[in-house]
Ligand binder design. Structure first.
Ligand SMILES: *[C@@H]1O[C@H](CO)[C@@H](O)[C@H](O)[C@H]1NC(C)=O
Ligand SMILES: *[C@@H]1O[C@H](CO)[C@@H](O)[C@H](O)[C@H]1NC(C)=O
Ligand SMILES: *[C@@H]1O[C@H](CO)[C@@H](O)[C@H](O)[C@H]1NC(C)=O
Ligand SMILES: *[C@@H]1O[C@H](CO)[C@@H](O)[C@H](O)[C@H]1NC(C)=O
Ligand SMILES: *[C@@H]1O[C@H](CO)[C@@H](O)[C@H](O)[C@H]1NC(C)=O
Ligand SMILES: *[C@@H]1O[C@H](CO)[C@@H](O)[C@H](O)[C@H]1NC(C)=O
Ligand SMILES: *[C@@H]1O[C@H](CO)[C@@H](O)[C@H](O)[C@H]1NC(C)=O
Ligand SMILES: *[C@@H]1O[C@H](CO)[C@@H](O)[C@H](O)[C@H]1NC(C)=O
Ligand SMILES: *[C@@H]1O[C@H](CO)[C@@H](O)[C@H](O)[C@H]1NC(C)=O
Ligand SMILES: *[C@@H]1O[C@H](CO)[C@@H](O)[C@H](O)[C@H]1NC(C)=O
Ligand SMILES: *[C@@H]1O[C@H](CO)[C@@H](O)[C@H](O)[C@H]1NC(C)=O
Ligand SMILES: *[C@@H]1O[C@H](CO)[C@@H](O)[C@H](O)[C@H]1NC(C)=O
Length: 828
C-alpha cells in the first residue's frame, strides 16, 4: 500500500489540485439545487420579481446543469457556427486548465545538486570520532632515528657515528665510542624536496608516522654500543585500534584514507573544508601505498577428517587422516623449469611469474621428496620427470598409521592460515631417529620411521627456503638500491569449510609493494610532471641498510647518493622478511611499516595473540564468510591478503600532512614546500534544489499558448473591434431574464430605463410567475390566485423583504437563510 511517506511533494500537490477541481465541479452543481429549494417549488409556478429572475437565470445558466439536461443554452446545432465553436472552445479551455492544475505539480521534485560555483575554501582539522580517531594518541614532537646494521652495528649513510670493526682469530669485534641515530636535517629536506612540485596534500617519506609509539630508554645494538649517548628514544609500537576490514568502503580516518575495496592506504591529515548540510566534494592528490597480490594455485589440496565428537578427537585440533591430494599440481606439472630474471623490477615486477615459480618449486620439491618423480642429476645427466607416479585425485599420506597427523603444520578448521614458508606440510614427516651419527649416541626414545623414503635426499628445509627467496626477489644480502623491493611470498591455506569431511586449498602467493603517488584519476600530462622518486643507492647489504625513499627534486637529489626514477609509482625499496622491519629499534615508519605489516599478514593466525586483531576468521563469523567467498579462486584470494595488509597498515601508521594550515611541530620540516593551506583545491558544495521534469509542463505550456492567443484576440477585438464594455453591458442587460419579462409585459412604445438601478426601481420589482403556464405578471395572476395575495398597489416599496416573507410558508426551514445563499450567488 502506498502511504503518504511514499509520495513526493509534487504528487501531493497534484492530488490537492485534483481535489480542488472536483469541488469546483461539485459545488456549482449542488448550489443551483439549493437555489431551487429556496424558491419553494410547491407547484411548477414560482413568482419573483423581474430582477430576481435575472439573478436566478444567471445562476442556473452559468452552472453545469444546462449541459447535463441539454437545455437551450447549450444547444449547438442551430446556433451560429462561431458561437458554437466559441462555447466549445471555452469548455475545452476549462478542461485544459483543470488538467494543467493537476498535472503541473507532478513534475516537481527535490534533489541534492551541486552548486555551479566551485570555489576555494580553507581546510581545517576535523576530529575523527571513530575508534581509530579516539585511540590515536596526539602527535608529539618525537625525533626520527635510524639504526643500521643487521648483525653488527654499521654507521648509517650520512651520519657521523664512530664505529670500527675488526676481525682477529677469536672473532669479529666492533668498537663504537658513540652512535648517532639522528637523521641530519639536510637529508630529511632532500627526501621532502619533491613535494614542492605537488599540492600541499601530498606526503613524502617523513610525513609518515607511527600511530602509537613508546619511548625506549637507551636501546642498544648489541649491548656494548650505546646509542645517542644513552638518551631515551621514540620507537613505534603496533597497538591495533579497530578493524576496518569489513567496511568494504574507502573511508577517511585520523591520518589516512583507507581503501577497503581494493586495499591501500593514503596519507592525509583528517581535515576538511567547512561543514555543509549536503556535503561537498573536492579532489586531493595523496600518497598512496597499495599492496599488490597475486595468487597462483598449487593445484594440491590437504584433505582431512574433522572429528566432531569428543571420542574421535584424534589430535589437539581435532583432525585426522590428513592427506595431500593431487588435483593436477603433480600430474600436470609443466616440465620446463620456470624462469624469472630479476631485472628492472620497478618497471616489470612480474608478480605472477614469481608466484608461479614458487608454486612450481613447491610442487617439484614435494614430488621428488615423495618419489612421485625424479629430479635432474647433473653428474649422471639424467633429466628430471623420467617417471610420474601420480594421477588426478591420488592421495599422499601425511598421517601416521593410527590417523594422527604426522606433519608439524597445525591445521585448525574454520581458520585462514597464511605463512611465509613453503612445504610446511612436509615438515615433520622426515621421521625421528633415536640414534645420532654425529655424536654416535642412541637416545632413549623410540625412533620413528620417515613417512617417505626421500630417495634423492631432498633437503626440504633448504629447498623450500630457496623457493621463498627466489619468489620474494630480494634477500638480506642484496644491495640497498631500488631494484630490491619489499615483497614477501608465502603459502595461503584457506581452511574455511564446515565440519565434516573437508579439504583445503594451499595457494602460493606473492605480495609486493607499490608506492602509487597518485590518486585514482591522476594522470600526468607529460613525462616531466611525473613524480621524481629518489632512492638511496649503496653497495651495502639490505640487512645493514634499508634505503630511504621519497619525492625529490633533481637538484637536491644530486646532493646525496641517490638514484632517481621518474614514474607514476614506485615499488618500495627493501626486502620482505618473516621478521619484518626494525620497528622496535628505530623510528623510521616510512621505511619499516610496509614490511612489518607484510610479515604480520604472513603469520595468520597471529602467534602472539595479545592485542592483535584475529584475521583468521575463527572468531569473527562475518570475516569468516568474507574469506569463504574470496578464497574460492586464486584471483580473489589475493584480495584477502591485500585487505589484511591494509587493515594492519592502517592501524600502524598515519600521515600528518593535510591541506589545513600547518601548526608547527618540529617534525614537520618542510620549509622547502609551499605553505600548506595556501593551495586548497576547489570545492564543489551541494544544496537541496527544487527541480522540474519538463514533460509534466506540457499542459501548462498549452494553457499558456491558449491564454496568450485569447488575450491577443481579446485585446485586438477591444481595440479595433466592436467588443467594448458598452457592448458587453448592452448584451448583458438584453440577455438578462428579468428584462425579457419586463419588455414582454411593457408592450410596445413604453420606455424602459436602460441603466440597471433605474430599471430595477422602475419595472424591475414587478413580480412574475414562471412555470409550466409560461410567464405571467402579477395582475394577470391575481384572478388565478386567492384574494389574500398582496398586490403591487399595496406593496411597500421601502421594505421589499416583508412582502417576500408573506409568500413563504413558515414551515420552510430555509426561509431565513435563503437570502444569504442568494447573496452568495450574486456575489459570485
Ligand atoms: C617538544 O616540544 C616541547 C614544547 O614545544 C619542547 O619543550 C621540547 O623540548 C620538545 N622536545 C623535543 C625533543 O624537541
Ligand atoms: C681479538 O680482539 C679482542 C678485542 O680487542 C681481544 O680481546 C682478543 O684477545 C683478540 N684475540 C686475538 C686472538 O687476538
Ligand atoms: C654524544 O657524546 C659525544 C661526545 O661526548 C658528542 O660528541 C656527541 O655529539 C653526543 N651525541 C649525541 C647524539 O648526543
Ligand atoms: C594449477 O592449475 C591452473 C589451471 O589449470 C594453472 O593455471 C596453474 O598454472 C596451475 N598451477 C601450477 C603451480 O602449475
Ligand atoms: C611450460 O612453461 C613454459 C615456460 O615456462 C611455457 O613456454 C610453456 O607453454 C608451458 N607449457 C604448458 C603446457 O603450459
Ligand atoms: C646424482 O647421481 C649420483 C649417482 O647416482 C649420486 O651419487 C648423486 O648424489 C646424485 N646427485 C644429486 C644432486 O642427486
Ligand atoms: C660408535 O661407538 C661405538 C662404541 O662406542 C664404536 O664401536 C663405533 O666405532 C663408533 N662409531 C663411530 C662412527 O664413531
Ligand atoms: C630406538 O628406536 C627403535 C625403533 O623405534 C627402538 O626399537 C629402540 O628401542 C630405540 N632405542 C632406545 C634406546 O630407545
Ligand atoms: C621411486 O619410484 C621409482 C619409479 O616408480 C621406483 O623405481 C623406485 O624404486 C622408487 N624409489 C623408492 C626408494 O621407493
Ligand atoms: C641493485 O643491487 C643488485 C644486487 O643486489 C644489483 O644486481 C643491481 O644491479 C643493483 N641495481 C642497480 C640499479 O644498481
Ligand atoms: C596508480 O594507481 C592508479 C589507481 O589505482 C592506477 O590507475 C595507476 O595505474 C597506478 N600507477 C601505476 C604506475 O601503477
Ligand atoms: C592534523 O592536523 C591537526 C591540526 O594541525 C593536528 O592537531 C593533528 O595532530 C594532525 N593529525 C595528524 C594525524 O597529524
Amino acid at each position: 500500500m502506498i502511504g503518504l511517506q511514499d509520495l513526493s511533494v509534487g504528487q501531493v500537490s497534484g492530488m490537492i489540485a485534483a481535489a480542488v477541481f472536483f469541488l469546483q465541479i461539485v459545488i456549482p452543481i449542488a448550489l443551483p439545487i439549493i437555489l431551487l429549494g429556496a424558491l419553494r417549488l410547491r407547484s411548477s409556478n414560482v413568482t419573483a420579481t423581474a430582477v430576481s429572475w435575472s439573478v436566478i437565470g444567471r445562476s442556473l445558466h452559468s452552472s453545469l446543469w444546462p449541459h447535463f439536461l441539454q437545455t437551450d443554452s447549450v444547444a449547438t446545432l442551430s446556433t451560429s457556427k462561431s458561437i458554437a465553436s466559441i462555447s466549445f472552445f471555452g469548455a475545452l479551455t476549462t478542461a485544459l486548465i483543470a488538467v494543467t492544475a493537476i498535472v503541473t505539480p507532478l513534475g516537481l521534485y527535490e534533489s541534492i545538486a551541486s552548486r555551479d560555483d566551485p570555489k576555494s575554501e580553507p581546510f581545517h582539522y576535523v576530529q575523527d570520532i571513530s575508534p581509530m580517531g579516539l585511540g590515536t594518541p596526539p602527535r608529539t614532537n618525537m625525533t626520527w632515528s635510524r639504526i643500521c646494521g643487521g648483525f653488527f652495528p654499521v654507521a648509517c649513510p650520512n651520519t657521523q657515528s664512530d664505529i670500527t670493526q675488526f676481525t682477529n682469530a677469536s672473532g669479529t669485534y666492533v668498537h663504537a665510542d658513540w652512535y648517532d641515530s639522528h637523521i641530519p636535517s639536510h637529508v630529511v629536506e632532500v627526501f621532502q624536496s619533491g613535494l614542492s612540485m605537488f599540492s600541499g596534500s601530498v606526503s613524502s617519506f617523513f610525513d609518515i608516522q607511527y600511530r602509537s609509539s613508546t619511548k625506549a630508554k637507551k636501546p642498544r645494538i648489541p649491548d656494548y654500543v650505546i646509542i645517542d649517548n644513552g638518551t631515551a628514544q621514540s620507537i613505534g609500537s603496533y597497538r591495533p585500534l579497530s578493524s576496518l576490514l569489513l567496511s568494504d568502503a574507502i573511508q577517511p580516518v585520523e591520518g589516512l584514507v583507507v581503501d577497503m575495496k581494493n586495499g591501500g592506504i593514503g596519507f592525509r591529515n583528517h581535515s576538511a573544508p567547512a561543514w555543509r548540510p549536503y556535503g561537498s566534494t573536492w579532489t586531493e592528490d595523496l600518497l598512496f601505498v597499495e599492496p599488490e597480490t597475486v595468487c597462483v594455485d598449487t593445484n594440491l589440496t590437504l584433505d582431512f577428517i574433522v572429528s566432531t565428537t569428543e571420542e574421535s578427537m584424534m589430535d589437539l585440533s581435532g583432525i585426522s587422516n590428513l592427506v595431500l591430494t593431487d588435483r593436477g599440481g603433480f600430474v600436470n606439472i609443466n616440465h620446463t623449469y620456470p624462469r624469472w630474471e630479476k631485472e628492472n623490477v620497478q618497471e616489470r615486477p612480474d608478480l605472477w611469474q614469481r608466484a608461479y615459480k614458487a608454486a612450481w618449486l613447491n610442487n617439484a620439491i614435494t614430488m621428488a621428496y615423495m618419489n612421485v618423480t625424479n629430479p635432474s642429476n647433473e653428474t649422471t645427466g639424467v633429466k628430471a620427470f623420467q617417471y610420474l607416479n601420480s594421477s588426478i585425485g591420488r592421495r599422499f599420506r601425511l598421517h601416521k598409521e593410527d590417523g594422527t597427523t604426522a606433519t608439524n603444520l597445525v591445521i585448525e578448521p574454520s581458520t585462514l592460515k597464511a605463512s611465509s614458508a613453503y612445504g610446511e606440510y612436509l615438515q615433520g614427516t622426515e621421521g625421528l631417529s633415536n640414534y645420532s651419527a654425529t655424536s654416535n649416541t642412541t637416545y632413549d626414545f623410540p625412533s620413528e620411521p620417515p613417512l617417505y623414503p626421500n630417495p634423492y635426499n631432498m633437503d626440504i628445509s633448504q629447498g623450500f627456503f630457496d623457493a621463498l627467496t627466489l619468489c620474494s626477489g630480494s634477500g638480506g644480502r642484496d644491495y640497498a638500491n631500488y631494484t630490491n623491493t619489499v615483497a614477501l611470498c608465502g603459502t595461503f591455506l584457506s581452511l574455511l569449510f564446515d565440519p565434516g569431511s573437508s579439504w583445503t586449498l594451499p595457494i602460493i602467493k606473492t605480495v609486493s609493494f607499490r608506492f602509487n603517488g597518485s590518486d585514482d584519476d591522476k594522470t600526468y600530462p607529460d613525462e616531466a610532471s611525473k613524480p621524481l622518486w629518489g632512492v638511496e643507492h649503496y653497495d651495502l647489504n639490505l640487512t645493514d641498510v634499508v634505503p630511504l625513499w621519497g619525492l625529490v627534486t633533481p637538484e637536491s637529489a644530486a646532493t646525496l647518493n641517490l638514484s632517481t626514477l621518474r614514474k607514476e609509482s614506485l615499488y618500495l625499496p627493501g626486502y620482505g622478511s618473516a621478521l619484518g622491519g626494525g620497528m622496535l629499534t628505530q623510528n623510521l615508519p616510512g621505511q619499516d611499516f610496509a614490511s612489518q605489516a607484510l610479515s604480520k599478514v604472513f603469520s595468520i593466525p597471529a602467534i602472539s595473540a595479545t592485542g592483535d586483531i584475529d584475521y583468521s576468521g575463527s572468531s569473527n563469523l562475518a570475516m569468516y564468510r568474507l574469506w569463504q567467498d574470496l578464497s574460492r579462486n586464486a584471483t580473489s584470494a589475493g584480495r584477502i591478503l591485500s585487505l589484511i595488509w591494509t587493515d594492519i597498515a592502517a592501524n600502524m601508521v598515519l600521515g600528518t600532512r593535510g591541506l589545513h594550515p600547518a601548526d608547527d611541530t618540529p617534525l614537520r620540516k618542510r620549509d622547502a614546500s609551499p605553505a600548506a593551506g595556501t593551495d586548497t583545491p576547489t570545492i564543489t558544495t551541494y544544496e537541496r534544489r527544487v527541480r522540474y521534469r519538463y514533460a509534466y509542463g506540457i499542459p501548462a505550456f498549452l494553457t499558456l499558448l491558449v491564454t496568450a492567443s485569447i488575450l491577443l484576440t481579446t485585446s485586438g477585438l477591444m481595440l479595433f473591434g466592436s467588443a467594448g464594455p458598452s457592448h458587453m453591458r448592452l448584451f448583458l442587460d438584453h440577455t438578462s431574464a428579468g428584462r425579457f419579462l419586463t419588455a414582454q409585459q411593457a408592450g410596445y412604445g413604453q420606455a424602459i430605463p436602460v441603466e440597471t438601478k433605474a430599471w430595477v426601481s422602475s419595472v424591475g420589482r414587478q413580480r412574475f410567475t414562471l412555470g409550466s403556464h409560461g410567464p405571467k405578471s402579477e395582475p394577470e395572476l391575481r384572478s388565478l390566485l386567492d384574494g389574500g395575495y398582496m398586490g403591487p398597489g399595496n406593496e411597500d416599496k421601502t421594505r421589499p423583504r416583508s412582502c417576500h416573507c408573506h409568500l413563504s410558508t413558515k414551515r420552510n426551514p430555509f426561509r431565513v437563510s435563503s437570502g444569504l445563499w442568494h447573496m452568495l450567488f450574486v456575489g459570485e
